[in-house]
Design a protein around this ligand. Structure first.
Ligand SMILES: Cc1cc2nc3c(=O)[nH]c(=O)nc-3n(C[C@H](O)[C@H](O)[C@H](O)COP(=O)(O)O)c2cc1C
Length: 337
């Protein structure tokens, strides 16, 4: 996930459990267990339109902390699976819209097909737990990450969204949606050009979350229809502070954070697993029809906000650490002049 922090998610949806191995976390970061609990509770399904799979997520940290703080050594989080129904998947043909067939080809047939194995949304649980640690530290630097679902099935009002969700559920179909993600308190100067870009680091982290189909910053696609005079954010100096009067850039210019809020719009596709009949191919390569009986979210976009926040938190922490190295180096060079 960047230059400093590396995070490896491991496990399978219907295996023993899922986890995260994080390296590069600085020592002495407090690990707030209640914050991890809260973050996992937010990700957990529970509503009428969410999967009925009930996972209590009894997480534990296996390494990398001592007396409630990070040691700076690899930190491993483990979350056992408790509610698996593998028989739902025993003879399931490749699900359209999911990663079943691509994974089967990629692994030369060695893939675990139960609930998408390693490619399941279940893998977002350890990401959220890891994100809670990053986030706790960022909050101490006054960096805050929030998000909200602004659209489900093309509908913006809660009443229209509810109606669309109910209809999709009755029709054994699913819906996509849009999430607005905001990161405030980010100092000016994080990121850089090309591979060091804050925009590409955040995009990479967010696109790595399953079902994310577009990530846009600021005016996003709308910028293509604006004139330069409309899209540019004018600078103004007030009480010795230079800032902009608008934020079409979405908080990043030249790959570097501007000090304004980072505004990101994320488009999420409809849940691939649907009960409605679909044409597909079975594991023997024969044409067939599929009506999925397993437990799935009607609109996974409802569950994705804490996951996107966690991915963004890890990306921002990585950029922040890199910036501290630049500042420290500058101070050394400045002093020696
Ligand atoms: C929080 C979350 C929950 C998800 N729940 C489901 C689900 O219940 N059923 C399903 O088929 N896909 C679900 N997905 C989506 C799949 O994981 C994803 O579409 C799949 O891995 C294919 O990857 P891609 O859509 O990025 O190409 C979920 C994803 C996330 C992030």
């Amino acid at each position: 996930m960047g230059k400093n922090i590396s995070i490896t998610l491991f496990g399978e949806s219907h295996g023993k459990g899922v986890g995260a191995l994080i390296t590069g976390l600085p020592p002495h970061i407090p690990v707030d267990e209640a914050a991890i609990d809260r973050a996992l509770a937010r990700r957990r399904p529970g509503g009428r339109y969410d999967t009925t799979r009930k996972e209590p997520d009894p997480w534990e940290i296996l390494s990398g902390t001592y007396r409630g703080k990070t040691t700076g050594d690899p930190l491993a989080i483990w979350i056992p699976n408790k509610d698996t129904k593998s028989q739902d998947y025993e003879h399931m043909p490749y699900r359209p819209g999911h990663g079943d067939y691509t994974a089967h080809v990629k692994t030369f047939g060695a893939d675990d097909p139960r609930g998408a194995g390693h490619r399941s949304g279940r893998l977002t649980a350890p990401l959220v737990a890891a994100g809670a640690i990053a986030r706790g530290f960022l909050e101490k630097q006054n960096i805050r990450i929030t998000s909200r679902v602004t659209e489900i099935g093309g509908e913006q009002s809660p009443a229209a969204q509810e109606k669309a969700l109910e209809k999709a559920k009755q029709e054994k179909d699913s819906l996509g949606g849009i999430v607005a993600l905001t990161i405030t308190g980010v100092p000016i100067g994080l990121g850089g050009t090309r591979d060091a870009s804050a925009q590409s680091a955040l995009a990479h982290a967010l696109y790595a979350v399953g079902a994310v189909k577009s990530v846009a910053f600021g005016a996003g696609e709308g910028a293509a229809r604006l004139k330069g005079s409309q899209n540019n954010d004018p600078y103004i100096e007030e009480n010795g502070v230079v800032h902009t009067t608008t934020n079409n850039a979405g908080g990043i210019l030249g790959g570097i954070t501007t000090g304004d809020a980072i505004e990101i719009t994320v488009a999420v596709k409809p849940t691939p697993s649907i009960g409605k009949k679909q044409h597909t191919v079975d594991r023997e390569g024969r044409n067939t029809e599929l009506e999925i009986k397993g437990r799935h979210d009607t609109a996974l976009v409802r569950r994705i906000p804490p996951v996107l926040e966690a991915a963004a938190a890890i990306a921002i922490l990585d950029l922040w650490i890199e910036r501290q190295k630049e500042i420290a180096l500058h101070q050394i060079i400045g002093e020696s002049q």
